[in-house]
Design a protein around this ligand. Structure first.
Ligand code: ZN
Length: 300
């Protein structure tokens, strides 16, 4: 039996997106601790001593997998022997995953960028919670139904807001390649200065190539990310200015971490709503400034 107070199932999750989803589905019956807060880069994160204590004591550990938590991979494989560890992407059909050149036989991990793919993750979390607390199956199922309805609404909102962006402006240039699934879902060409992971820095050649592309294609806006340094994006903007082309910073996107805790942007739905709304508006589309349900913080 769990050695924790109040009989709640003790869950530890790596990313904020997983923690928020587990809270939605678990409701009052679970206590969820998220390891990676706002602005934290999961590609680079290493477990702290405090994390290790929490991870070994938890009833259930939810990690993303697909090599997202590259520095913690080995640790999780060791922990798997305890039977408390679930990689929440492990039931996603391989046919829906994007391969990439950075690592052979590996997939792009950024599946949260398409709410339709996040449905699989939510169902996986429901099943993992149910296995640990079968007596709460009906409650977890009811919470999941409610959450999936929101994901559905989010997908519909995204489709509307993003198809309003003029065809020639559907180019999303960000600090790293986190938006591949977003591009695939909504018909955007997606480019990152760094690759799928943030582990290696972009070279000057890469910056030079992208500056030439921005100028040639008259791209009006590029985006910074909350969990990646904005240095290389600013280098792009300056490089384009030297060549006489003005590029705006279209806003800050939540790529691999959510917004501040306790805010709408600090939830999975709010994070994605923010990204969709900011991208649509910066590239000439039509979306309400406060987003899908009027909850977005304006001027942040
Ligand atoms: Zn990433």
């Amino acid at each position: 039996m769990p050695a924790f107070a109040a009989g709640k199932l003790q869950v530890v999750a790596t990313t904020g997106m997983i923690a928020d989803t587990a809270r939605r589905i678990g409701g009052d019956l679970v206590a969820v601790k998220g390891l990676m807060g706002p602005g934290v880069d999961p590609h680079a994160y290493r477990q702290t001593r405090t994390d290790i204590v929490a991870l070994t004591k938890a009833d259930l550990v939810l990690w993303h997998g697909l090599y997202l938590e590259a520095q913690m991979e080995e640790f999780f494989h060791k922990l798997e022997k305890r039977g408390t560890v679930v990689a929440v992407t492990d039931t996603l059909p391989k046919a829906l995953l994007r391969g990439h050149d950075d690592y052979e036989d590996k997939f792009d991990p950024h599946v949260w960028m398409d709410p339709k793919l996040w449905v699989f993750v939510a169902e996986r979390i429901r099943d993992a919670l149910t296995e640990k607390m079968p007596e709460a199956a009906a409650q977890f199922e009811a919470n999941t139904v409610e959450f999936l309805a929101e994901l559905n609404a989010l997908s519909d909102y995204a489709a509307n807001a993003l198809t309003s962006v003029p065809q020639e402006a559907r180019i999303l240039l960000t600090a790293h390649d986190a938006f591949g699934y977003f591009g695939q879902a909504y018909g955007f060409e997606v480019m990152g200065i760094q690759g799928i992971s943030t582990e290696s820095e972009a070279g000057l050649n890469r910056i030079g190539e992208l500056v030439d592309m921005l100028v040639a294609r008259q791209i009006g806006a590029v985006f910074v990310e909350s969990s990646v340094s904005d240095r290389s994006i600013r280098a792009l903007v300056e490089g384009a200015a030297v060549k006489g082309h003005d590029v705006a910073i279209g806003g800050e996107l939540y790529s691999d971490a959510m917004g501040a805790e306790g805010t709408y942007e600090g939830t999975y739905v709010g994070m994605i709503d923010h990204n969709i709304t900011v991208i649509s508006r910066a590239l000439g589309g039509q979306a309400p400034v406060r987003g899908m349900s009027g909850d977005l913080t304006v001027g942040s």
